[in-house]
Design a protein around this ligand. Structure first.
Ligand code: P6P
Length: 337
């Protein structure tokens, strides 16, 4: 009988890694795990209940909100509010940060940035979606949280993770000491350790990009795509193109199999489409902790100083050798004439 380690047991066991830990981060991670199980229940029965389709509202990005977007947002904020370890939540679904004022969270020291349901346009067609979260410690010890406490660089994250609602539901997270994956066992309603110490292959043969935007890409990215398509058995090319359109699913596949996910600038998204604070930074922290790399083409994602809560960035993330090859093509490309 193999030993089953639940997420809760694992978090407590690993708390010993932090000598001064008083359990707040452990409780915060457990609160997120609980909300993930609640959201999973609704995602899994979407189509049977009136929770598919548009909510008839738009978020700060001007994107139409799906009913499940709003539901997931409410569940995570509610779990963080009742858990008492979080003082502010920055969510993709809200223009401004949400202060969590409650008796039990008066001196809470953690800030959570979250994309409650990433890739939600895929919900109605039954394709994997995900939740992405990032956890920072307050830089002040009391009083109202100031904007600069929230706009911290990705290197300041104390934890980050994602939930992928796919053929199975997994929660993958890091606290800066490696990456561990937990699969939800519906028979007991617990996330169980299934992928201990995840490591991304140093290289791979999968590239993941929306080639429909090809004509809008920077020349270096176009050159890299052509490189991927040239036959060269010595370098395992042509590579395989895989694009799900749900960042969590694309990055998760590459974490397991090796590969690179690319979302460059385009004319419709001159600063990139994906958000720094609650998509790129948490996934970059996880991928780096698994031995991979994440950059905007020039800079390490985790070194970018955020200027705004919903700031976007280009991102190239995955197997180190593949990200470095993309950076090389970007660096050496002739300027577009
Ligand atoms: P496109 C989903 O809307 C998302 O934010 C990411 O999950 C995904 O990788 C990307 O946008 C897909 O964007 O422009 O290819 O549809």
């Amino acid at each position: 009988m193999t030993k089953v380690t639940t997420l809760g047991q694992f978090i407590i066991e690993k708390q010993a890694d932090f000598p001064y830990a008083k359990g707040e981060l452990s409780r915060l991670l457990r609160d997120i795990g609980i909300a993930a199980k609640i959201v999973n229940r609704e995602v899994n029965k979407a189509g049977l209940v009136d929770i598919l389709g548009d909510n008839g509202t738009t978020n700060v990005q001007g994107e139409g909100q799906k009913k499940l977007d709003v539901y997931a947002d409410e569940q995570f904020i509610s779990a963080l509010r009742s858990g008492g370890e979080c003082c502010v939540v920055a969510s993709e679904e809200h223009d401004d940060c949400i202060s969590i004022h409650s008796e039990i969270s008066r001196n809470a020291k953690y800030i959570v940035c979250i994309d409650p349901l990433d890739g939600s346009s895929n919900i109605d067609v039954n394709v994997s979606v995900g939740t992405i979260f990032s956890i920072y410690r307050r830089t002040a010890t009391e009083g109202a949280v100031k904007p600069d406490e929230i706009l911290q660089k990705g290197i300041c994250q104390v934890a980050a993770g994602y939930v992928i609602y796919g053929s199975s539901t997994m929660l993958v997270y890091t606290t800066g000491r490696g990456v561990n994956g937990f699969t939800l066992d519906p028979s007991i309603g617990e996330f169980c350790l299934s992928h201990p110490n995840m490591q991304i292959p140093r290289s791979g043969t999968i590239y993941s990009i929306n080639e429909g935007n090809y004509i809008e890409f920077p020349q270096g990215v176009k050159n890299y795509i052509k490189y991927c398509q040239v036959e060269d058995r010595a370098t395992m090319r042509p590579f395989t193109s895989r694009y799900i359109g749900s960042m969590v699913a694309d990055v998760h596949r590459n974490l397991i199999k090796g590969g690179v996910f690319l979302y460059p600038t385009t004319s419709s998204h001159p600063n990139g489409k994906l958000r720094l604070m609650y998509e790129c930074n948490p996934l970059a922290f996880i991928i780096e902790q698994a031995g991979g790399k994440a950059s905007d083409g020039q800079r390490r994602i985790l070194d970018i100083q955020p200027e705004g809560l919903h700031q976007r960035t280009p991102i190239f993330i995955g197997s180190t050798e593949m990200v470095e090859k993309v950076e090389e093509f970007i660096r050496t490309a002739e300027p577009h004439r």
